[in-house]
Design a protein around this ligand. Structure first.
Ligand SMILES: NC(=O)c1ccc[n+]([C@@H]2O[C@H](COP(=O)([O-])OP(=O)(O)OC[C@H]3O[C@@H](n4cnc5c(N)ncnc54)[C@H](O)[C@@H]3O)[C@@H](O)[C@H]2O)c1
Length: 254
């Protein structure tokens, strides 16, 4: 018995990082998975991993989640894959970092599209499917940057977009409640994924700075974020909506 038995979950960004781990963990808990990514080959790898582990997953890729038309199509195909949708796990994001005032308008627009437009578009186009199902759950992966500023790396658009995701989650909870849709945000601290590895490179000072803000003095493993996601998506979390959960090793506590 898994805590997500009988559910169908759409997970965005299953080509790697936390999205891939989310596909594996949600499948382990009994959910059927629809996973999408802009990277088709990496997404297929995840489909293979889930199936070899005994899970059920359909991959839809490539799809550019910043494009409203493509997201509309994705939402309909995702709902058709297993006959409906119960959970939408908004994980995919694309971010650029850089210092003021040189952070360009293009960098800003790419980050806001990649971090704020994506969960909005995916929520917008999957919403009717959740309503049709009689309710569901939207989990938005935000960031500790939505709660506190950060010096390393400089992150003006990242902080703004993720504060936006947390605010949007509260609003989705308000508008979703009459339809039995819960909306919950998770705000991870530093997690070791291909993205954080790429952003920090071999800059030891930057890695130390990031880790030193956590009380636990380390990066999280993707599982440490995703296991909470599986719980929040399950019926065990049936009274939780409109909330944001920092999973940041204590970084936002001081
Ligand atoms: N890694 C961290 O330290 C950290 C910390 C806080 C929050 N987060 C958040 O967690 C989530 C996952 O992060 P991650 O580190 O696993 O990232 P990642 O870059 O490893 O994975 C993100 C996935 O999303 C996909 N993607 C990006 N843009 C896309 C688009 N336009 N259309 C379709 N797919 C697209 C990528 O191809 C990739 O597979 C993100 O929302 C991120 O902001 C990460």
């Amino acid at each position: 018995m898994g805590i997500l038995d009988g559910k169908v979950t759409l997970i965005t960004g299953t080509g790697g990082g936390m999205g891939r781990v989310a596909a594996l963990v949600f499948a382990r808990e009994g959910s059927k998975i629809v996973g999408c990514d802009i990277q088709a080959e990496a997404n297929e790898e995840t489909v293979g991993m889930v199936r070899r582990a005994g899970g059920d997953m359909t991959g839809i890729a490539p799809v550019d989640l910043t494009d409203a038309e493509q997201v509309h199509r994705l939402a309909d195909e995702a709902a058709a894959a297993y006959g409906g949708l119960d959970v939408v796990y908004n994980n995919a994001a694309l971010v650029r970092f850089g210092a003021m005032p040189d952070f360009s308008v293009e960098d800003w627009n790419v980050t806001v599209a990649g971090e704020l437009d994506i969960p909005f578009l995916v929520s917008k186009y999957t919403w009717p499917h959740l309503v049709r199902r009689g309710g569901g759950v939207i989990i938005n992966i935000a960031s500790q940057a939505g709660l506190i500023a950060g010096a390393t790396p400089p992150m003006v658009a990242h902080t703004a977009a993720n504060a936006g995701v947390i605010g949007m989650t509260r609003q989705l909870a308000v508008e979703g409640a009459p339809h039995h849709i819960r909306a919950v945000a998770i705000s991870p601290g530093p997690v070791l994924t291909p993205a954080s590895d790429r952003d920090l490179g071999d800059n030891r000072a930057a890695r130390d700075a990031v880790v030193s803000k956590t009380l636990l003095k380390r990066f999280a493993r993707p599982e440490e974020i995703v296991e909470l996601g599986a719980f929040l998506a399950s019926d065990r979390a049936s009274f939780i909506t409109g909330a944001n959960y920092p999973v940041d090793g204590g970084a936002s506590a001081w």
